[in-house]
Design a protein around this ligand. Structure first.
Ligand code: ATP
Ligand code: MG
Length: 572
């Protein structure tokens, strides 16, 4: 068993915890939720959360809700709600009729806040944001440089009567007070070592129209208050989330216990981090806004939409998520594992074609003038059902500029003067010469002689021909644009930018290369947008929505060279 798979079976502490709750009779069924905030598009880190949330429900025959945690009117938008739903479905998950919005719970949340006030557990505060922060206190290093947290200070408004608090809270809702002038806070403990427990804010006043509730509300619940109670309202038994929420768990439990609602249980797992990318909506939105990429679905983005456009499949992404497993400690996953997973999947699925990215003319001088031969090529050696297709062969072809060298370096088995190569599916040819532009010194054409006895690439006399190269017929070729991608960020950990610089400075100037003058065999004209294909020797590609009639555009999903397979081999 390889390392990655061992991890998967060894670290499934969530499954164990849920199984125990069922065995102990704490719950009779399993209900989970995926709770995105509609303020950006989903990235592959979210895909991990989706995989865990839906997966754990599935494992126990339970259900998973899709709930939008939409309590921040400044950043949220319907377009994000739609993009998120589309991406969850595309990944292969179905919430059926369980689509919920925290904004539908505003009335219920408001009455739970009133309940806490009546219990003497919440109060209206007149301190402003800066004062609240100052009164709360902060972690400080002591003289041995060990962090400690001196107690905070109670707000002078902390001991208002229940009646006054109820009245003020009602008037906050009614719009009597300016934005930011009052908050509703939980009355917990201003000396708690966990700063989040120091009378956290439950409601703030914010006159900002909400994409669903419009101007019905001018107070909005804060995440730490809204999230546990939304879980409880939905009867969520296990609220699974990433590790940064661990420190919020006491607060999660406090709101549930003191409101006396359904006892949802929070369990955290490690966030997904991948090398050469950033997985944080805050950073991704910056890439989009500052036009460092073409949009949320730029094929270099780690978003679900970007990966889809790049040619990734849901199967490859789920395979990847299964291999990395669910751990309790944060780690960095090598992006080459993700690439390995898509190669494995596309190897089975993608039909093969020939295309030439940087064309160089190859002229077969002994080819009968005007003759067109039709060669037969298998579509996918991994899948006999995929059938075969016909490729026209003519006297002038295009080959990759790289497949010819005037002076060959050591171990170069492709074309150079005097050498033989096999033209894939075609004939064996011998290089007889080349043309050069006298002004630039650039090679403009390669001349060859073909051997008519070698059709299909066979060498009847057991001749040793080491190189096989791909080609397209110059007269029958379809022009295309190929977009070749490299990592958006050159460093492995772009988020660890050195002091004084930003992750934006780590953007690679070589992350996109456009091969605008590429050619493909005639059959590529029929490839639908989104369909994965392999261009032989070049990689897996996927037709982009930017394709126009007569000018298809292909994104390279990944090249064929599998560095991960090598890493795995070395490790075993
Ligand atoms: P970001 O940190 O990227 O801004 P977020 O956590 O603010 O994302 P939400 O919409 O709140 O985004 O996230 C929805 C769910 O996805 C949460 O339960 C969160 O724990 C989970 N999640 C977000 N990022 C990751 C990640 N990198 N790995 C695993 N789970 C994640
Ligand atoms: Mg978050």
């Amino acid at each position: 068993m390889d390392e990655a798979r061992k991890e998967e079976s060894g670290a499934d502490f969530i499954r164990d915890a849920v199984a125990k709750d069922l065995a102990d009779g704490k719950t009779a069924e399993v209900r989970t939720r995926f709770p995105p905030e509609p303020n950006g598009w989903l990235h592959i880190g979210h895909a991990k959360a989706i995989y865990v949330d839906f997966g754990i429900a599935q494992t126990f025959g339970g259900k998973c809700n899709l709930r939008f945690d939409d309590t921040n009117p400044e950043k949220e938008d319907l377009s994000y709600v739609e993009a998120i739903q589309r991406d969850v479905r595309w990944l292969g998950y179905d919430w059926e009729d369980r689509l919920f919005f925290a904004s539908d719970y505003y009335e219920k949340l408001y009455s739970l806040a009133q309940l806490l006030i009546r219990k003497g557990l919440a109060y209206v505060d007149d301190l402003d944001e800066a004062q609240i922060k100052e009164y709360r206190g902060t972690n400080v290093p002591d003289k041995n440089n060990i962090t400690f947290t001196p107690p905070g200070k109670n707000s002078p408004y902390r001991d208002r009567s229940v009646e006054e608090n109820l009245d003020l809270f009602g008037r906050m809702r009614a719009g009597e007070f300016p934005d930011g002038s009052k908050t509703l806070r939980a009355k917990i403990d201003m000396a708690n070592p966990n700063l989040l427990m120091r009378d956290p804010v439950m409601y703030r006043i914010r006159r900002e129209p909400h994409y669903r509730t419009g101007t019905a509300w001018c107070i909005y619940p804060m995440y730490d208050f809204q999230h546990p109670l939304s879980d409880a309202i939905e009867g969520v038994t296990h609220s699974l989330c990433s590790l940064e929420y661990e420190i919020h768990r006491p607060l999660y439990d406090w709101f549930i216990a003191n409101c006396g609602v359904f006892p949802s249980r929070q369990i955290e797992f490690a966030r997904l981090n991948i090398t050469h990318t950033v997985l944080s909506k805050r950073l991704l939105i910056q890439l989009v806004r500052e036009k460092k990429v073409s949009g949320w679905d730029d094929p270099r983005m780690p978003t679900i939409a970007g990966l889809r456009r790049r040619g990734y499949t849901p199967e490859a992404i789920r395979d990847f998520l299964g291999r990395i497993g669910i751990a309790k400690t944060d780690s960095m996953v090598d992006i080459q594992l993700l690439e390995h997973c898509v190669r494995e999947d596309l190897n089975k699925k993608a039909s093969r074609y020939m295309a030439v990215l940087r064309p160089l003319k190859l002229i077969i001088d002994n080819w009968p003038e005007g003759r067109v031969e039709t060669l037969l090529a298998v579509n996918n050696p991994e899948d006999p059902e995929a059938g075969s297709r016909q490729i026209p062969f003519t006297g002038t072809l295009y080959i990759e500029r790289d497949d010819f060298k005037e002076t060959p370096p050591p171990k170069y088995f492709r074309l150079f003067p005097g050498n033989q190569v096999r033209l894939r599916y075609g004939y064996i040819v011998t290089c007889t010469g080349f043309d050069k532009d006298p002004a630039t010194g650039e090679v403009t054409a390669v001349h060859c002689a073909y051997d008519p006895a070698t059709r299909g690439g066979d060498a009847p006399d057991n001749r040793k021909v080491k190189g096989t190269i791909h080609w397209v017929s110059a007269q029958e070729a379809v022009p295309l644009e190929a977009r070749l991608y490299d990592y958006l960020f050159a460093p492995e950990r772009p988020m660890d930018a050195p002091a004084g610089s930003s992750f934006l400075d780590a953007i690679s100037s070589e992350s996109l290369e456009v091969a605008g003058g590429a050619f493909g065999e005639p059959a590529i004209a029929g490839i639908a947008v989104g369909q994965p294909v392999q261009f032989e020797r070049l990689g897996y590609f996927c037709a982009d929505p930017d394709s126009a009639p007569g000018k298809p555009v292909f994104n390279r999903t990944v090249s064929l060279r599998d560095t991960w397979a090598k890493i795995e081999k070395k490790g075993s």
